[in-house]
Design a protein around this ligand. Structure first.
Ligand code: NAD
Length: 264
């Protein structure tokens, strides 16, 4: 299937690794001009280089900007004032008991996971509407529906993204712009990998046993029973970015390995 993304400019936030990087690779494979973002110039340069090594003809540029603040978002907007496709992928997680989550933790989770996408969408949407074409994708999580007891503030931010995404779709009515959310399940990224390595060490078991326990005890409803590959989330994101997905707007689509027990 040709996703018809040639020459479309796609910005993917938080894309030096994980789902963001996989999305940049998939969109570049489909012919889009991609913009990679992370906090440091070194990591951004390394990610651009990795992408060029995989796809020598890829059109890629990198912008270092910390999107946890309005000032950081402005740096990105100054360097990249217009895009056809915005993938609000940036997101952080932090397991912490509810009683331990401080005001500052709640605020940081909201700023990074929600406000980065709100600020960028608010800035890019008017020109998308004027051109009568654009795509905004929020990378939320199954944790936006199944609020995890071990990180309520993360669940709150992921649920908020679903609300914002649906709300933005409402204001695209009658235009060629769409806004959708994607809900990944547990995905095998660097950050998640490091977390499980430290958890396995703390529990005195090997990594394989740690993964088995996770799907048996923490996420037993997973039908996939393994971690999702970042590319398996990226392919759903890429489809939503395509002109072929024009009829999908205001939706929350799952790439969660069947974890959420809901039919719609
Ligand atoms: P990751 O931790 O692998 O990558 C994070 C990226 O964000 C890196 O490029 C990092 O440089 C960048 N980053 C971090 N803070 C930043 C900031 N303030 N400004 C700019 N860039 C910043 O991430 P991931 O696990 O691939 O997650 C991507 C998205 O998918 C997140 O929104 C996450 O909530 C969601 N998600 C992930 C999983 C999972 O299991 N990995 C599951 C469900 C949802």
């Amino acid at each position: 299937m040709d996703l018809q993304l040639t020459q479309k400019c796609a910005l993917i936030t938080g894309s030096t690794s994980g789902i963001g990087f996989a999305t940049a690779v998939t969109l570049a494979q489909e012919g889009a001009n991609v913009v990679i973002n992370g906090r440091t110039q070194t990591r951004v340069d390394q990610a651009c280089e990795r992408l060029r090594t995989t796809l020598p003809h890829a059109q890629v540029r990198g912008i270092a900007a910390d999107l946890s603040t309005a000032a950081g978002v402005k740096v990105l907007l100054d360097a990249c004032p217009e895009v056809d496709i915005l993938v609000n992928n940036l997101g952080i997680f932090e397991p912490k008991a509810f009683e331990e989550i401080q005001d500052a933790d709640w605020e940081q989770m909201f700023d990074v996971n929600v406000m980065s996408g709100v600020r960028l969408s608010r800035a890019y949407l008017p020109a998308m509407k004027q051109r009568n074409w654009g795509r905004i994708i929020f990378v939320s999580s199954e944790s936006g529906i199944n609020i995890p007891a071990e990180m309520l503030h993360y669940g709150m931010s992921k649920a908020a993204q679903l609300a914002v995404s649906r709300g933005i779709a409402e204001v695209t009515a009658g235009t060629g712009v769409t806004c959708n959310a994607v809900l990944p399940g547990p995905t095998s990224t660097e950050g998640v990998g490091d977390f499980f390595i430290s958890l396995a060490a703390a529990q005195g078991v090997d990594l394989e046993e740690m993964h088995r326990r996770f799907f048996a005890e923490v996420r037993p409803s997973s039908l996939l029973k393994r971690f999702i590959e970042p590319s398996e989330v990226a392919s759903l994101i890429a489809y939503l970015c395509s002109p072929l997905a024009a009829a999908t707007n205001g939706a929350a689509l799952r790439a969660d390995g069947g974890l959420v027990r809901s039919m719609v």
